[in-house]
Design a binder for this molecule. Structure first.
Ligand SMILES: [Fe+2]
Ligand SMILES: [Fe+2]
Length: 267
């Protein structure tokens, strides 16, 4: 169940054991001819075949013009739980989403690890065309309290993972209008260092990106549905997509992005 970590240290995290999870970014289910929905079904089938996947993170830009019950029905085809955050394009449905799915920021625990989901596409609420990332004050306050309380747990969490839609505005980024604003990026980096975050997961830019700062990995997953030609693969068709598998070990993680058009080659 999604919840905030209470301000006490009485309840210990469950023991760690290695596990894997999947990451889906930017399914854009609204695309013509139900293409997004079909690709989502294809990836759900593929994930269901991976016996080691414990759950799925879905990193926003769902875009669902149908009743949200339809989205729930689609996700119900997964044989493992899914944990969603919203993207900038999902801003118009944020109220309905809250009624159907609960808070847009939350924590959950799995195998002695802490996962924190945030909605960091807040500028899209007031500026629908904005692709910038930012957090509101309520989330920042909640996040500081949540991470501080997490460090009081004994034994401590084996790993802490954050997941949200918009990636940080790090050195070398060309288009900063697609990134978290600089003050929020700096705040994220501070949290990662102060609270020993193992990895953060993002979507939004429709391409693959990965870098590390200190002991934290920042991993952006390309879209399930369509990507820019420079998405870090040899395929130049913008129609391609895929999902990521992350394997969590005691002291590290490994991960790989799987293209949907390669499904079947490993069967
Ligand atoms: Fe997107
Ligand atoms: Fe986006």
């Amino acid at each position: 169940m999604k919840h905030e970590i209470p301000d006490n240290s009485n309840r210990s995290p469950s023991p760690f054991s290695p596990f894997a999870f999947a990451v889906i970014a930017d399914p854009h289910l609204e695309t013509p001819d139900q293409r997004g929905v079909e690709k989502m079904r294809q990836v759900i089938d593929k994930i269901n075949q991976q016996a080691d996947i414990a759950f799925v993170l879905v990193l926003g830009d769902l875009i669902w013009h149908q009743p949200l019950s339809e989205l729930k029905a689609l996700l119900a085809n997964l044989q493992v739980p899914s944990h969603l955050v919203l993207g900038n394009h999902d801003a118009p449905m944020i109220a309905d989403y809250g009624h159907e799915f609960g808070s847009v920021y939350y924590t959950f625990e799995y195998a002695g690890c802490l996962f924190v989901g945030l909605w960091n596409a807040v500028p899209a609420l007031s500026e629908p065309r904005s692709h910038e990332g930012d957090l509101d004050d309520a989330q920042i306050t909640w996040m500081e309290r949540t991470l501080r309380n997490a460090t009081r747990r004994q034994p401590s969490y084996r790993h802490t993972f954050l997941f949200m839609h918009v990636p940080p505005n790090h050195d070398g980024v060309e288009d900063r209008s697609l990134r978290m604003r600089s003050p929020t990026t700096e705040l994220l980096y501070r949290w990662c260092k102060q609270f020993s975050v193992t990895a953060c997961f993002f979507g939004h830019i429709h391409r693959e990106e990965s870098f590390s700062l200190a002991d934290t990995q920042f991993i952006t997953t390309a879209s399930l549905n369509w990507n820019f030609p420079d998405a870090g693969t040899s395929n130049e068709d913008q129609d391609f997509g895929g999902y990521r598998t992350v394997r969590v070990h005691e002291r590290s993680i490994t991960h790989e992005f799987k293209l949907t058009h390669e499904f079947g080659r490993d069967c």
